[in-house]
Design a protein around this ligand. Sequence first.
Ligand code: COA
Length: 328
Amino acid sequence: MTNKIGILGIGSYLPEKVLSNIDLELMVDTSDEWIKERTGISYRRIAEKDVSTSDLAYEASKEALKMANLKPEDIDLIIGATVTPDMLFPSTACLVQKKLNAFNAACFDLSAGCTGFIYALICAHEFVKSGMYKNVLVFGAETLSRIVDWEDRNTCVLFGDGAGACVVGRVNEGGVISKILGADGTKSDLLYLPAGGSREPASFETVKGKKHFIRMNGREVFKFAVSIIEEMVIKMSNQSGCQIEKIDYFVPHQANIRIIDSAFKRLRVPFDKVIVNLDKYGNMSAASIPVALDEAVRTGKIKKGDKIMLLGFGAGLTWGGVLIEWGV
Ligand code: COA
């Protein structure tokens, strides 16, 4: 049995409805020019009213299973990464299991903000490495449009809905080379959703106070993001012995083009090595990285043998990265 562990298949799904910057101009005091210049975002996708996170995750998971050439019953474990679960419980992973008929799978969700997919990918890797499970389905899926205050120009221009998924298992070629996870709970107040949990259960007051929407200190999150990307790239390069120049592609969390620009300029990485799709979709939290990776694979940009670095950061604060050789 090979001791390499990697991605057997990947997939993504985006709702059809597009919300442009021009549409947003009619909703809040903003402009297409400001949004593009300050964030790099032009469009985002919005799930229809009757569509929830598990629906998006289900569609992405089907594509990942197809590429992996596996049936739903071959999946031993489903790990869901989301900050917009269908409900507080049961887990969205259980709801996806039901939709897929993946009845041999154990299921759980994890909460790591926009780093969720990286946390889930590393968990999946460890479950396979330990021998407990063979095929682990991981998804990052979000309907952030449900927790965005559409009257707050500081946040509503940034986020979108979507889902990405992959199957993790033993591979003959390629696989995970290096990984890193981290968190700093002292900065939990930089990006959070105040109410609906045990601290402030839903009430008339919490609804009136708009406490069921994203709260964010944009400037502080921005500074953190730039420095943590740089730190992770250097750490994983040192850890693996793989020089930064030898990495073919970087897939950073898609939060803001200026974050990506600053971080990779500091690292002297040419911009054509950085996968960016945030102009089309905005920040989709846990879904951003797998969607960007899936698109780069399906359009033939990322090929077998390429070394790719996935870089996540987000609420918590959390961060995480994976260096992987693409083997599919
Ligand atoms: N349209 C027009 N003006 C806007 C605006 C919008 N959509 N959003 C904010 N502004 C205004 C602000 O009100 C502020 O006006 P003021 O100076 O009169 O108070 C001005 O633009 C500058 O605000 P500032 O916060 O300095 O802008 P910025 O250049 O830092 O950009 C963000 C704001 C949110 C785009 C940026 O900080 C960011 O992307 N941060 C990271 C957020 C993130 O990625 N979060 C998720 C991480 S996982």
